[in-house]
Design a protein around this ligand. Structure first.
Ligand code: PEP
Length: 252
């Protein structure tokens, strides 16, 4: 059985005091939510304080990116051990905004995923096509390229600790979510890729989240799909009520 996982990507939002307020509200409501795995991913500057807030609760902590090197002269970067030291269990890697604005490639995503796994972090690896690619009928090609190359060289055991987030770029922050049929079609395709690369049981066990304009009013349709195992939530994770409603929407 795959446990549903809902992760909130706060992106470059929330000062320290705002993060503390939001984390406290989420924790108050979801501290004992064991049916669904709940992860919040604040900006780096808030990780340490948010970690203290969610400690001893069911809410887990993630970061939004990481560097693959262990330490050294990489100004502005943060290492896996630094994330571990502030209580992170998860790290988002290869988000489309990093691919689009910060030169992230499958190759760097792969290095980061391997470093995260080696350090005991669980990577949430993002894949997904742009609008033009979908319109040109290239969705499956792009997703295959992202999945195969971003996750190249991972053992079966490593793969089982990865969460894949299918995030069609045209659905991120636009208010236009993929329909449940569009999401399911790609999720099922990703599972077939995993089956081909590994085996049936690995493919059945890896969790695949959907991301892109997930809201309280569309989560139950999406989560009702056979191969949708959760959501990576951007905008709607910035308000406690909508994030909590999305989590609770998965229980129905
Ligand atoms: C995201 O950035 O991962 C995302 C899914 O954003 P939003 O929910 O705002 O579309």
């Amino acid at each position: 059985m795959r446990k549903v996982i809902i992760a909130g990507n706060w992106k470059m939002n929330k000062t320290l005091s705002e993060s503390i307020e939001l984390a406290n509200l989420i924790k108050r409501s979801l501290y004992d939510m064991t049916e669904i795995e709940v992860v919040i991913c604040p900006p780096y500057t808030s990780l340490s304080d948010v970690s203290e807030i969610v400690r001893d609760s069911a809410v887990k902590l993630g970061a939004q990116d990481v560097h693959w090197e262990k330490e050294g002269a990489f100004t502005g970067e943060v290492s896996c051990s630094m994330l571990k030291s502030v209580g992170c269990e998860y790290v988002i890697i290869g988000h489309s905004e990093r691919r689009q604005f910060f030169g992230e490639t499958n190759e760097t995503v792969n290095k980061k995923a391997k470093a995260a796994l080696a350090a005991g972090l669980r990577p949430i690896v993002c894949v997904g096509e742009k609008l033009g690619e979908r319109e040109e009928g290239k969705t499956f090609d792009v997703v295959k390229d992202h999945v195969e190359n971003s996750l190249a060289g991972l053992s079966k055991d490593e793969m089982l600790r990865v969460v894949i987030a299918y995030e069609p770029v045209w659905a991120i922050g636009t208010g236009v979510n993929a329909t449940k049929e569009q999401a399911e079609e790609v999720h099922a395709y990703i599972r077939r890729l995993l089956k081909k690369k590994y085996d049936d049981s690995t493919a059945r066990l890896v969790r695949i989240q959907y991301g892109g304009s997930v809201k309280p009013d569309n989560i139950s349709q999406l989560i009702g799909q056979e191969d949708v195992d959760g959501a990576l939530v951007g905008g709607a994770s910035l308000k406690a009520d909508s994030f909590i409603d999305i989590v609770k929407g998965c229980l129905k």
